[in-house]
Design a binder for this molecule. Structure first.
Ligand code: SF4
Length: 398
């Protein structure tokens, strides 16, 4: 490969590895490096610290094209959302947003490397898609609302892309939208089209949802269209933390009803939970443990909440003296942990709670038996064994 330029996606979790990759690209290839992504959009001065040449503020597809045209001499000036390593003032740079995301072509997916993409939950070639960008909600820990307003693709185009993927041999599609069910009318049109074109019999798919926006009819429609699993953020079993602190806007009862009814219809459920949130106490973590137990989900993920730049959680952490904003620069050149909002006794305590919650859930003999039976009946026992081993390896790392 001898590229003329290299683009690197940068988010706040990967600052140091992005820095190391950029140094290596510069050393080996010595070509212009362009960075973009949520961290650059929120903190554009990271372009220089990372050692990159150009940064794109906002969505990057057209910006990348413009930089290529600029470097080839086709145009004399860069658009407003592009900065260079010499830029010192960031006033007046507006994040670019692609209003009509249907203008974008379908992403290139190399079929040669299809086997390296797999999911612990399914058997068969897996790929990802998105049907929308952005999220209209405003949870205080989340950077998604900072990156542009909510936009949806035309459902015909989304289903056409699914159909192309099926023809290329993919059997599982994981939708990575923040939540696929923000617009119910769109969701119904989308699911109808899938059924009309018979894709529900050729591919299984799953998606992130706002569980509070789902009703029983939505679950029926999703199931009929081949939706195999819904994934959703619950964050905390404490109603106080979830709604008063995080501004999630989701009541316990609604979460419980929809999770139960989804399973009843054969739609699997994956709930995301976080520890280390503001106002968290041992008893509120116990509430999370109990809530998880009562939900009877198929899978859970428990993470330790980190602070992201530009979020209201970051503002709260700075105001309370928990976060020194200079951390974002240090994270680039030093391999440090992401900043967290501890109210407990520190990271070790949180890790031990995290281990406990995961062990309670996954090491439960009923759960294991249920998973073995499911895996055999769905002909994916080896996939499940491999996933269990990966999970165990991660568990040992905590
Ligand atoms: S956590 Fe989910 S629902 Fe909340 S703002 Fe982020 S993407 Fe939207």
């Amino acid at each position: 490969l001898s590229p003329l330029l290299v683009g690197v996606y940068v988010n706040s979790f990967m600052l140091h590895s992005s820095y190391l990759i950029i140094q290596r690209i510069k050393r080996i290839l010595n070509v212009p490096v362009i960075v973009g992504g949520p961290h650059i959009t929120t903190l554009p001065d990271a372009v220089k610290e990372l050692g990159a040449d150009y940064g794109i503020i906002g969505e990057g597809e057209y910006g990348l094209l413009e930089i290529a045209r600029y470097l080839s001499g086709e145009i004399d000036n860069l658009p407003d959302n592009i900065i260079t390593r010499e830029t010192t003032s960031f006033d007046g740079f507006t994040p670019s947003i692609i209003e009509d995301i249907d203008r974008l072509p379908f992403p290139f997916r190399s079929t040669r490397n299809r086997k390296i993409y797999y999911s612990p939950f399914y058997r068969g070639p897996v790929t990802t898609m998105i049907a929308s960008r952005g999220c209209p909600f405003r949870c205080i820990f989340c950077a998604s609302p900072l990156l542009g307003r909510y936009r949806l693709r035309d459902e015909n185009s989304v289903v056409e892309e699914m159909s192309t993927l099926v023809r290329s041999g993919y059997r599982v599609i994981q939708f990575q939208d923040d939540a696929i069910n923000i617009n119910r009318k769109w969701l119904y049109r989308f699911c109808d089209l899938i059924v009309q074109r018979g894709l529900n019999k050729q591919v299984v798919w799953d998606c992130n949802v706002r569980i509070d926006l789902l009703d029983l009819e939505d679950l029926n429609i999703l199931k009929a269209a081949g939706c195999e699993m819904i994934r959703f953020g619950v964050e905390s079993g404490s109603n106080y933390i979830r709604n008063e602190i995080l501004k999630k806007g989701m009541e316990d009862e609604k979460i419980s009803i929809i999770a139960r009814e989804a399973r009843r219809r054969g739609i699997k459920t994956l709930g995301y939970f976080m520890l280390g949130l503001p106002e968290e106490t041992e008893s509120r973590i116990d509430e999370t443990k109990e809530f998880i137990r009562g939900l009877n989900l198929d899978y859970i993920d428990v993470s330790i909440s980190v602070i992201l730049p530009g979020t209201r959680l970051e503002k709260m952490a700075v105001e309370r003296g928990i976060l020194d904003p200079s951390i974002w620069k240090r994270l680039i050149t030093q391999p440090l942990d992401m900043p967290c909002f501890y109210q407990m006794n520190g990271l070790n305590d949180l890790r031990s709670y995290q281990r406990k919650l995961l062990t309670n859930f996954y090491a439960n003999p009923h759960y294991i038996l249920h998973q073995v039976v499911d895996s055999i009946s769905e002909n994916r026992l080896m996939t499940s064994v491999r996933s269990a081993l990966l999970l165990f390896r991660d568990y040992l790392r905590y």
